[in-house]
Design a protein around this ligand. Structure first.
Ligand SMILES: Nc1nc2c(ncn2[C@@H]2O[C@H](COP(=O)(O)OP(=O)(O)OP(=O)(O)O)[C@@H](O)[C@H]2O)c(=O)[nH]1
Ligand SMILES: [Mg+2]
Length: 268
């Protein structure tokens, strides 16, 4: 089994080193490669990541810089393409702003639970999850949306998009997600798609915190947009999922430049 970790990163200079520190020897036993995708940060995210990688040669890491800002969804497209091209069996997504912890997926990996599913999604609102720094309103809003989506997709949605998820590349092969939004609503479409394409989805508890991170979610704006997507899916199902849902006016090719790679990965 070949496993890739993908770290989407945008302006998280303060947190990125903490995220990379999470990759201790125990975690490294379960993964083969890490790609940190710098989505054209305007701060020191990339420099800090390269500095850390240079002084931690035990990390099998590559740092990629997108050729344009593709958003969080677009960065997923870059990473999914990379995982397929390089024949990985699984891709684990871990956000670069240090809200989650890669440790939380070890249970899934150790128990081999992932083998029964197409994707295992981290859930901030699971009974056993620990969540810090979220207002009651925000938690409530998320739960309402989870329930609405649950009714439509007909399984219990425990999170519509956390920052720790694992996908089997088997389910990514037909590239259905290339028409999905490049912004933060990408994950909502992945949930709708799981119903249409009959993906087997499981949720696992995670710890999630908001400390020094800046949330970029424009809550009200996004709430309406997501509701609109849900409505269109109820009405049009496959027609909607297969349409161009991406409202990014730029026609991106999702290309990138490798700005750092550990030499001996290729010396082998
Ligand atoms: N906002 C944003 N984040 C990006 C982008 N590209 C990559 N990311 C990364 O995607 C992750 C999610 O962004 P956040 O703004 O924290 O949004 P979120 O995690 O969905 O929402 P929170 O619950 O507030 O954390 C972060 O780790 C960013 O570093 C981008 O273009 N915009
Ligand atoms: Mg975040």
């Amino acid at each position: 089994m070949k496993t890739l970790v993908f770290i989407p990163s945008y302006n998280c200079e303060k947190q990125i080193t903490r995220v990379l520190k999470q990759f201790n020897s125990e975690v490294l036993n379960y993964i083969d490669e890490i790609i940190l995708v710098n989505n054209r940060s305007t701060d020191k995210t990339e420099k800090n990541a390269i500095d850390y990688a240079r002084s931690h040669k035990e990390l099998p890491i590559k740092i990629l810089r997108n050729n344009d800002n593709y958003g969080l969804g677009g960065s997923h497209k870059v990473a999914f393409k990379y995982a397929l091209k390089n024949k990985f069996d699984y891709i684990i997504v871990l956000h670069g702003d240090d809200q989650g912890n890669i440790k939380d997926i070890l249970k899934v990996l150790k128990s081999e639970k992932y083998k029964e599913y197409d994707c295992c999604l981290g859930a901030r609102f699971h009974k056993q999850s620990r969540i810090e720094g979220y207002s009651t309103f925000r938690t409530f809003g998320n739960k309402v949306y989870n329930s609405l989506f649950s009714l439509v997709v007909r399984y219990k949605v425990k999170d519509l998009g956390s920052g720790l998820n694992m996908y089997s590349t088997r389910m990514l092969k037909n590239k259905f997600y290339m028409r999905f939004p490049n912004d933060l609503t990408f994950n909502y479409c992945m949930i709708l798609a799981s119903n249409y394409y009959k993906h087997r989805v499981c949720f696992f508890p995670i710890s999630w915190r908001e400390e020094d991170q800046i949330s970029n979610v424009k809550m009200i704006n996004q709430a309406f947009k997501v509701l609109g997507m849900l409505g269109k899916y109820i009405l049009y199902k496959g027609k909607f999922i297969k349409s161009n849902i991406n409202n990014d006016k730029n026609h991106h090719d999702y290309t990138y430049k490798i700005v750092y790679e550990r030499e001996d990965v290729y010396d082998k």
